[in-house]
Design a protein around this ligand. Structure first.
Ligand code: SAH
Length: 258
């Protein structure tokens, strides 16, 4: 980490949605920041911890307006930090999991800016927990992968669905709801059974959370009929069935007490 007389940028993970799922360190950063640049997926309640005179800058997309470009965000971080301010770049989940935190850190370091990254609970972990879906489970799943679902259209390096279909037990797919049909088809094409359990967790960890379950064969149609929207996570694998086992065990326990 660089030390300069200038300000400092904290790349901070806000957690997956529930405002209480933030680390003490991240909260302290919010409380002491002079400037906070925050994303769409950050729970706005967290901003109530900011100093009264802190400058709050929204970087997401507003209806009818454009989102701030990555260039403009990087420039703002450098601008405020070089004026000696404590700057918090607040991101949903974890800044280094599909959060472009690495790009921002590279940019800051290339400009000689001091920075620190504060991890957050990524949405696969948070939403999995609040939907009662463990990502690993002894005897069921010994591995999980976090995968982006928005690389189906060939802009970037492709996701290796062919390898993922066979080498990882649980897939947690981010940004995939719009491509659910394509993702299911890819996995089916590469030999994943159509009965493979799938869960969609919409607005995980928040009071608006919805969980829709199905299989690789029918989840796309279920998502359409239930009108699943972003932010939502796709969890693919046998671990999804643990949710039902927990629910059944809970019912039994309740029946025994009453
Ligand atoms: N850095 C973030 C991910 C940003 S990519 C993290 O670590 O979680 C944005 C994607 O994250 C969304 O498209 C969605 O797939 C997932 N996501 C973020 N918050 C979510 C939530 N509360 N519930 C379900 N999925 C969520």
């Amino acid at each position: 980490m660089l030390t300069t007389n200038k300000g400092k940028v904290y790349l901070v993970g806000a957690g997956p949605g529930d405002p209480e799922l933030i680390t003490l360190k991240a909260l302290r950063c919010i409380q002491t920041a002079d400037v906070i640049l925050y994303d769409r997926l950050v729970n706005p309640e967290l901003l109530s911890h900011a100093k009264g005179d802190a400058e709050l800058i929204y970087c997401g997309k507003l209806p009818g307006a454009h989102a701030m470009t990555q260039r403009a965000i990087n420039d703002s971080l450098i601008h405020y930090a070089s004026q000696g301010h404590i700057v918090v770049r607040l991101k949903g989940g974890d800044p280094y999991v599909f959060g472009r935190g690495g790009e921002e850190a590279l940019e800051l370091v290339s400009m000689g800016m001091a920075y620190e990254t504060i991890p957050g609970i990524t949405s696969a972990i948070g939403a999995g927990a609040s939907a009662d879906i463990p990502l690993t489970h002894r005897g069921v799943a010994a591995s999980f992968a976090c995968v982006t679902g928005n690389r189906c259209n060939g802009d970037h390096e492709p996701v290796r669905w062919d390898l993922l279909a066979h080498s990882v037990d649980t897939l947690a797919v981010y940004m995939g709801v719009g491509q659910l049909e394509q993702i299911s088809l890819e996995l089916l094409k590469h030999g994943k059974p159509s009965v493979t359990p799938v869960a969609l967790i919409e607005q995980g960890t928040t009071d608006k959370q919805r969980v829709i379950t199905g299989t690789l064969g029918d989840i796309h149609n279920r998502a359409i009929s239930m009108k699943v929207k972003n932010p939502a996570l796709i969890i693919i694998g046998e671990v999804v069935l643990i949710r039902d086992r927990l629910a059944a065990a809970m019912q039994q326990a309740v029946a025994m007490i009453s």
